[in-house]
Write a protein that binds this ligand. Structure first.
Ligand code: HEC
Length: 183
């Protein structure tokens, strides 16, 4: 019978060990779940905080089409010609030159968004819709990655609204029939 009681004994030990392991597993799982819930919270809160901070900082410049039109009326395409150099790293600006890292900007004003044939636009830009009006270009150039989330244009943005007006006035000259600037 000794072997019988041994079996009972070891069964009980197994049960106790099992219960212990079970508890440890449970505690570990709870810890993991807890971490996975509290983990992303911090960066999220930070991101929200940052977004609010940039929003606040960008407020005076932000995208009021009327204010931008006023700036455009007195913008300098000559100054814009200097500013466009930072775009020419990735964009051609002459007719028929084709794409570099980004599509050709010749004739971009009032062109439908993401419409250069054969250029591999991001899904985000393809989904944007509309035309590159002065106001849309203003918002885009200010912060492309914030305006069209998921765009492949890695350009930090031009924060000065008057510089954006100069640049857009210059982009408008890249055409056989430039659109009339607002008066
Ligand atoms: C680091 C490279 C890079 C720089 C610098 C850059 N771009 Fe771009 N640009 C791109 C890419 C890539 C795309 C395509 C984006 C997409 O598909 O999401 C693009 C798209 C665009 C479009 C949309 C064109 C269309 O056919 O819909 C405009 C307008 C534009 N850029 C203007 C500018 C201007 C103005 C500047 C300078 C202030 C500039 N870009 C600087 C890479 C760049």
């Amino acid at each position: 019978m000794a072997s019988g009681s041994d079996t009972v004994h070891s069964n009980r030990t197994n049960a106790i060990l099992g219960a212990l392991l079970g508890t440890l597993l449970f505690v570990q799982t709870v810890r993991i779940i807890d971490e996975s819930f509290s983990g992303p919270e911090k960066p999220h809160a930070e991101a929200t905080h940052k977004a609010t901070a940039t929003e606040a900082a960008a407020k005076p410049a932000a995208t009021d089409p009327a204010a931008f039109n006023k700036l455009l009326a007195s913008a300098s395409a000559e100054r814009g010609a200097g500013l466009v150099k930072q775009c020419q790293i990735c964009h051609n600006t002459e007719e028929g030159k084709g794409a570099k890292i980004g599509p050709d900007l010749y004739g971009v004003v009032n062109r439908p968004v993401a419409s250069v044939p054969g250029f591999n636009y991001s899904a985000a830009l393809k989904a944007k819709g509309g035309n590159w009006t002065f106001a849309e270009l203003d918002k885009w150039i200010e912060d492309p990655r914030a305006y069209v989330k998921g765009t492949s244009m890695s350009f930090a943005g031009l924060k000065s609204e008057s510089k954006r007006a100069d640049l857009v006035a210059y982009l408008n000259t890249l055409s056989k029939s430039p659109a009339p600037l607002p008066k």
